[in-house]
Design a protein around this ligand. Structure first.
Ligand code: BES
Ligand code: MN
Ligand code: ZN
Length: 484
C-alpha cells in the first residue's frame, strides 16, 4: 500500500498565508480569542471571522466544529474554515478539529500556531480523510494532503501520529474489502508484505495446522475452497522479554455453514475477519513507529461455507488443547477458530498478557449496540488498563460479566463442551467457551467487536463502513504498559 496521506509541517509564517491555495483552516478559542494566524486571516477576509465569532451561531458551535467561508477577499485560498478549539484542547478535541479540516479536494493548510497537540489534529485529519473507492470505476482515491503551520516544528511527534493513522487505514481496508478479493490467501499475502517493515511473518498452511492438531480451526474452513491459514506476526522491539499477544478471528466470510444464515444482511459477514484486521493494523502501527515492545499477533484465517465436505451440526471435534467440542451449530464458528489459536499462542509464546478480538456474537449488538465493544476478562488489572486506554482514545468498551454459572451452560451430552449453548447471554457463553482455552496464569481479555467493527453511518473520525475500532486503544495500551 502506498502512503495514503501526505501531511507535512511548516514553521509559522504569516506572509505565506496570503498565497496559500485551496482551503485554509484557522482556530478560535471558545471565548472568541483569535491568535495571530486567525487575526491575519480575519484581516485578509475583511473581518468575516470576527463577525462570525460575535454571532449566536459561534456560541452554539461545538468544540472541534467548523464554519466555512467561501472566497475570502484578499487571500488566494478558495475557502476559509473557522474551527472552535481551546488553546489546550484534549487530544480527542484536537482530533475532532483535525477531522473538521478534512473533506476538501485539493490543498489544505491548517494554521495550528501554538495550539497544543498538533499531532492529534493531524491524526484526526488523516483518519477522517479515509475513503474506500477502489472498486468504483469512476472513483480514484485521492491522497489526503495537508500542511500544518506550527510555531515549533521540532516539537511535533508527527511520525508517531501518522503511524497510528496508517494502522487504522490498513485495518479499514481489510475489513471493507469484499470476500472474493480478500480470500485467506490474499489476506496472508498482505500480512506477509509487512516483512518490509521489519515484522517477522510466518504463514502456517493446512498441513502444518493438521500436525499441530488445530482440528477445530480446520473444521470451520473445511467446506471452503480457500485454504485455512494461521498467520503469526512478531514485532520484536524490546530484546528477549516475553511478548504481549494479540489474537484475532479472521473469518473472511461467514455464511453460517450448514447452519446457514438468513440471506438478508448476509453480505455484512464480509467483515467477520474484523478481529484479525485490528490485530494486523496494530502490528503495522507498532512497526511503523518502531515501538520498544515485543508483541506477537496471531490470526486464524478461514472461510465458513456450506459444502459436501463442510462440518455438520452434531460433529464432535478435538481441539489442539485436547478438549472435545460438539458443534451443535456451525454458525458459532468464531470460537472454534479462536480456541485453537488462543491455545497455540500460549503454548508457543507464554505471553505476559493476551487480548483477543472477534466479531463473535450478534448478541453483543443486542447488548451494547454499535457504541461499545464488550470486554470479558480473567484479570482486573489488564482489563482496567485496557478500558482506560480505550477511554483515552475515545473508543467505547464496557466490561461484561463471567462466572461458573454461565460456564455450566457449555455442557454437552456427547463431548466435553458444545459450541452453542443457545440464546440467553449469548455473548457471555461465547466468552466462557474461549476461557476454556485460556490458561489460568495468562492475563486475558476477550473483546467482542461485532457491533463496532463496521458502522452503517458516517462517524466522527471516518466515513460509514469499517471503523478500525481498537487499533488506537491497543496501541495506547501497549505504549503505556509495555514500553519503557
Ligand atoms: N460472525 C457472527 C457474529 C456476528 C453477527 C458478527 C452480526 C457481526 C454481526 C458469528 O459467527 C455468529 O454467527 N454468531 C452466532 C452465534 C450463535 C450461533 C451461537 C450469532 O451471534 O447468532
Ligand atoms: Mn457465524
Ligand atoms: Zn462469524
Amino acid at each position: 500500500m502506498t502512503q495514503p496521506f501526505e501531511i507535512t509541517l511548516q514553521e509559522t509564517n504569516l506572509d505565506a498565508i496570503d498565497a496559500m491555495e485551496g482551503r485554509v483552516c484557522v482556530f478560535v478559542t471558545p471565548d472568541g480569542k483569535l491568535d495571530q494566524l486567525a487575526r491575519r486571516v480575519n484581516k485578509k477576509s475583511r473581518g468575516a471571522i470576527a463577525r462570525f465569532v460575535e454571532s449566536p451561531a459561534f456560541a452554539d458551535m461545538k468544540i472541534g466544529g467548523g464554519k466555512a467561508f467561501a472566497f475570502p477577499a484578499d487571500l488566494k485560498a478558495e475557502e476559509v474554515v473557522l474551527i472552535k478549539l481551546p488553546k489546550r484542547p484534549t487530544p480527542l478535541e484536537a482530533r475532532k478539529a483535525g477531522a473538521t479540516c478534512s473533506g476538501y479536494k485539493g490543498a489544505v493548510a491548517i494554521l495550528v500556531g501554538a495550539i497544543r497537540h498538533p499531532e492529534d489534529i493531524a491524526l484526526g485529519y488523516a483518519l477522517k480523510s479515509y475513503q474506500f473507492v477502489k472498486h468504483k470505476s469512476d472513483g480514484k482515491s485521492e491522497t489526503a494532503t495537508a500542511v500544518l503551520m506550527v510555531d515549533a516544528v521540532a516539537d511535533v511527534a508527527l511520525e508517531e501520529a501518522l503511524a497510528v493513522a496508517d494502522g487504522v487505514w490498513f485495518t479499514r481496508d481489510l475489513v471493507n474489502e469484499p470476500s472474493n478479493v480478500l480470500t485467506t490467501t490474499e489476506f496472508a499475502n498482505r500480512l506477509k508484505d509487512m516483512e518490509r517493515l521489519g515484522v517477522k511473518v510466518e504463514v502456517l498452511e493446512e498441513a502444518e495446522l493438521e500436525k499441530l492438531g488445530m482440528r477445530t480451526l480446520l473444521a470451520v474452513g473445511q467446506g471452503s475452497v480457500s485454504p485455512s491459514k494461521v498467520v503469526v506476526m512478531q514485532w520484536n522491539g524490546a530484546g528477549k522479554e516475553a511478548p504481549f499477544a494479540l489474537v484475532g478471528k479472521g473469518v473472511v466470510f461467514d455464511t453460517g455453514g450448514i447452519s446457514i444464515k438468513p440471506s438478508a444482511g448476509m453480505e455484512d459477514m464480509t467483515m467477520d475477519m474484523g478481529g484479525a484486521g485490528v490485530v494486523s493494523g496494530v502490528i503495522r502501527t507498532l512497526a511503523l513507529r518502531k515501538a520498544k515492545s515485543n508483541v506477537v499477533g496471531v490470526v486464524g484465517l478461514v472461510e465458513n461455507m456450506p459444502d459436501g465436505n463442510a462440518m455438520r451440526p452434531g460433529d464432535v471435534i478435538t481441539s489442539m488443547k485436547g478438549v472435545t467440542v460438539e458443534v451443535n451449530n456451525t454458525d458459532a464458528e468464531g470460537r472454534l477458530v479462536l480456541a485453537d489459536i488462543l491455545w497455540y499462542t500460549q503454548d508457543r509464546f507464554a505471553p505476559k498478557g493476551m487480548i483477543n478480538l472477534a466479531t463473535l456474537t450478534g448478541a453483543m449488538i443486542v447488548a451494547l449496540g454499535h457504541e461499545m465493544a464488550g470486554a470479558f476478562s480473567n484479570n482486573d488489572d489488564l482489563c482496567n488498563a485496557f478500558l482506560k486506554a480505550a477511554n483515552t482514545e475515545g473508543e467505547g468498551a464496557w466490561r461484561m460479566p463471567m462466572s461458573d454459572d454461565y460456564d455450566a451452560l457449555l455442557k454437552s451430552r456427547v463431548a466435553d463442551i458444545r459450541n452453542s449453548p443457545g440464546r440467553p447471554a449469548g455473548s457471555i457463553t461465547a466468552a466462557q467457551f474461549l476461557k476454556r482455552f485460556v490458561k489460568e496464569e495468562t492475563p486475558w481479555v476477550h473483546l467482542d467487536i461485532a457491533g463496532v467493527a463496521l458502522l452503517a453511518k458516517d462517524f466522527d473520525l471516518g466515513p460509514k463502513g469499517a471503523t478500525g475500532w481498537g487499533v488506537r486503544a491497543l496501541d495506547r495500551l501497549i505504549r503505556d504498559r509495555y514500553e519503557a
